[in-house]
Design a protein around this ligand. Sequence first.
Ligand code: ADP
Ligand code: 5GP
Length: 200
Amino acid sequence: MQETRKGMLLVISGPSGTGKGTLVERLLQDDPSFEFSVSCTTRKCRTNEIPDVHYHFIDDEHYDKLLAEDAFLEHATVHGHRYGTLKSEVYEKMEQGKNVVLDIDPQGARTVMSKDPSCVSIFVLPPSYSELRKRLHTRNTEDEEEISKRLFNARGEVQQMHLYQYLLVNDELTVSMNLLKQIVQAEKLKSCRYFPIIGE
Ligand code: ADP
Ligand code: 5GP
């Protein structure tokens, strides 16, 4: 049997420290049909991050230039830093038939949902705010002030969860990963993006 598939745009949001990056990394490892949209950001590179793999780390001047060139599909200021999804990261990959995953905040997700209503959207929740605090401390990539800011902003982000098609409470990682795979499997079979050609 022959088949063609249209690429899926998968939007994942959730409070900082909830486990989005961990889930996305595993999805990319397990499913080669997915590619990550590497965002631009003006925040500093963490010691565990690789430039142009996790983010394109750029300065304000470069960011302003990209804004002026209308290079962003969406952009937002999050926790005091600027972040943007490049159109080129998304469209070029989708044209090659790839599924593309975006790890972006609810402001950016709203823009993407309105520009591409066929996108798949998932909001990842922590099991509790105390667990979220614990995960941010365990990750050990932000100082106390930055962690407090992210925990404060988490409440506002969680209020927007019903904008999303799917909600995933990331308690036990293996369970969450299986749920994510089930969402992806079902979405891949939707008739808007799956075109099997049945032989005689
Ligand atoms: P985000 O990308 O949402 O900011 P990360 O993926 O960086 O979050 O995860 C934050 C921390 O929580 C990391 O140290 C990660 O290993 C850990 N973590 C992720 N998922 C779980 C989980 N289900 N249970 C416990 N710890 C987790
Ligand atoms: P972090 O600094 O922890 O990597 O990310 C902070 C927040 O910025 C997270 O909510 C993440 O989803 C969001 N983010 C990362 N890249 C983008 C982007 O390109 N656009 C938007 N709107 N948010 C982003």
